[in-house]
Structures are given as C-alpha cells and as structure tokens.
Design a protein around this ligand. Sequence first.
Ligand SMILES: [Fe+2]
Ligand SMILES: [Fe+2]
Length: 187
Amino acid sequence: MTTDATELTGTQLLRERHQEIKRLFKETLEATGQERAEVFDCLRATLAAHEVVEEMFVHPLAKDLGPDGERIAQARLDEEAEATRVLSDLEDLGSDGDQFGPRLLAFQRAVVEHAEAEENELFPLLETSCSRADLEALADSIIVGEQLSPTHAHPHSSQNAVALMLTGPFVAMVDKARDHFKQLRAD
Ligand SMILES: [Fe+2]
Ligand SMILES: [Fe+2]
C-alpha cells in the first residue's frame, strides 16, 4: 500500500485529529447562537468519524497484541461508549440551552483525558509493537475510512445529501458510519 500522500504513521495522524477535535471544542464553547449550533454539528461529525475509524482500525490492532493491548483497547472503547451517552444528553439539551456550556466544558475535559490516555498508552504500544510499514498502512486505512465515512463532510459547508445525513443524533451518525464500513468490508 502506498504512503506517498501522507508519509505519516497512523498514530501521528490520530494525534493531529485530536488537535482538530480540541480546536472544535474551543470554537463551540466560544461561539453563540446559530454559529454555536453549526460548529457543534461539525464537532459531532468529526468525533463520530474519529470514533468509528478508531473502532474499525485501531482497537482491533491493539487487541491483537495480547492481554495488555486488549485491556488498553477495551478501556478506551468503554470511554468512547460513555462519550456517546454524554453527547446524546448534550444534543437533548440543545446548543442554546443554559446548561449546554458547562456540560460541554465537562465533556471536553473527558474527551481530552481520553485522547491523552490514547496518546500516552495506546499509541506508544502500537508504535513499539508494530512495524513502520504497518503504522503507515494504518494511516492509509484511517484516511480512506474518514473519506468513506458518511460523517466526513463538513455539515455546514454543503447542502447535499451527505449534509442531510448529518442532521440526526450522534448515535445515529456513528451507527450509520459503522454500518457503512461493515457493508464495505462485506462487499
Ligand atoms: Fe478514541
Ligand atoms: Fe482518538
């Protein structure tokens, strides 16, 4: 598999995505009104795509590395499931609700802690156990996965059918992306 387009490893790419997610949290917290609603949509879509590519490509790789990898990957999967629940609550609150800001701030802390646990434990395990070629192949899988994900498009940059797919709740977006990948793998 060629890596000319990136030259990055999968773990480097995921660290970049974490920075992007942190930026979107900051932008959502700073925005107000309709702008806040739009940036929050973008945050949800970015998180959904990120969570699903980790679930499809990263955690299985870690689980294959033995008991340590399995334990670490499972802990991160549990945190991701909890994040999905919290995000559903935030959606119910609505980005213009009084409690939205404080709840989003708490959620931001949980997501940053989760990302740091990945960066400090999960990614180093992959980096020490996998070959450079495998890590570059992981980057390719992540890029292709993100491009194929129905959650990939920027929700307020387009009025097309993909944008319409992003109007549902986060759980539905994640399910849609997951089903999409399962279908692709089955073909
Ligand atoms: Fe994660
Ligand atoms: Fe992550």
